[in-house]
Ligand binder design. Sequence first.
Ligand code: 5GP
Ligand code: MN
Length: 323
Amino acid sequence: MSDLDGAIELLRAATDVTLLAHVHPDADALGSALALGLALHRSGATVRVSFGEPESVPETLRPLDYAGLLVPAAEVPMDAPLLVCLDTGSVERLGPLGSRVAGTVAAGGSVLVVDHHASNTFYGTHHVVDEHAVATAALVAQILDAMDVALDEPLARCIYAGLVTDTGSFRRATPETHLLAARLLAAGVDPDETARKLMEAHPFAWLGMLSGVLGRAQLAPSAAGGRGLVYTYVTQQDARDVRPEEIESVVDIVRTAHEAEVAAVFKEVGPARWSVSLRSVADVDVQEVAVSLGGGGHRRAAGYTAEGPIEPIISRLLEALSS
Ligand code: 5GP
Ligand code: MN
């Protein structure tokens, strides 16, 4: 299924490569795409990196685009010769760019999927998929090593961005993750500055937004078979003065309530359209829950989208957690 050699052969021969991250890209998705894109760009290929939505690039991730490889979704060709999808478990997670997968295949091109989601649907023609990888960025580092690409500071910073965020600041790291991180630091990455800018630097308006959103948090101690659920929601009105980065960070605060092993944040991404972030500690597999509600993710971090008023959506999650 997973075929590193096939992927390397494909990448070495490529002269035109389109790399895609999932919708609302995070540091792992975009860092991975930009790292691989930069390496291919340097070896002379025409490279573009994009994602389906939103229209703008998350501010904290912009500095990772050293070579100006990012293009708007509208500029992604319908039938690229080689499409590489990173950190994206299914075609649906490409959002409006999902059509490019079938377009590429129909035109005789190749689709390489590089990902670490257990829920990956193997929708490409070639796959480097390993659910045990701590981050897609770690898989990209393996690919670059196999291609004999030296990890200099720009490449290293893109990979570090994915590693530090997806491992929860290395709390879910393996010995191999630390060995890779050591190489990235040796290449010149500043770990404190990189992590702070990615995860801790928020505008003052964040504090006001948090006070409203955290003030309505609820604890359901009997949810998830007595393991407990803590949750809140963020409306578009709450989100009006802050960046997506601030909205994404809410779940990291909510999940610190130790009476609950599961945390959920419902984020209103369009009128009555909610993107739901699930987190768990210990025994609860939130990926299973997310999949049952049409989403996906990992054992301890997963998500799905839902439409309609918030109350029934909360009830549906409580039901899914108790089954
Ligand atoms: P986050 O809560 O940080 O947005 O996402 C946590 C995990 O769940 C990530 O691995 C992400 O890919 C996955 N995820 C989040 N939302 C969705 C969704 O709507 N559909 C699917 N399939 N996965 C999602
Ligand atoms: Mn990831």
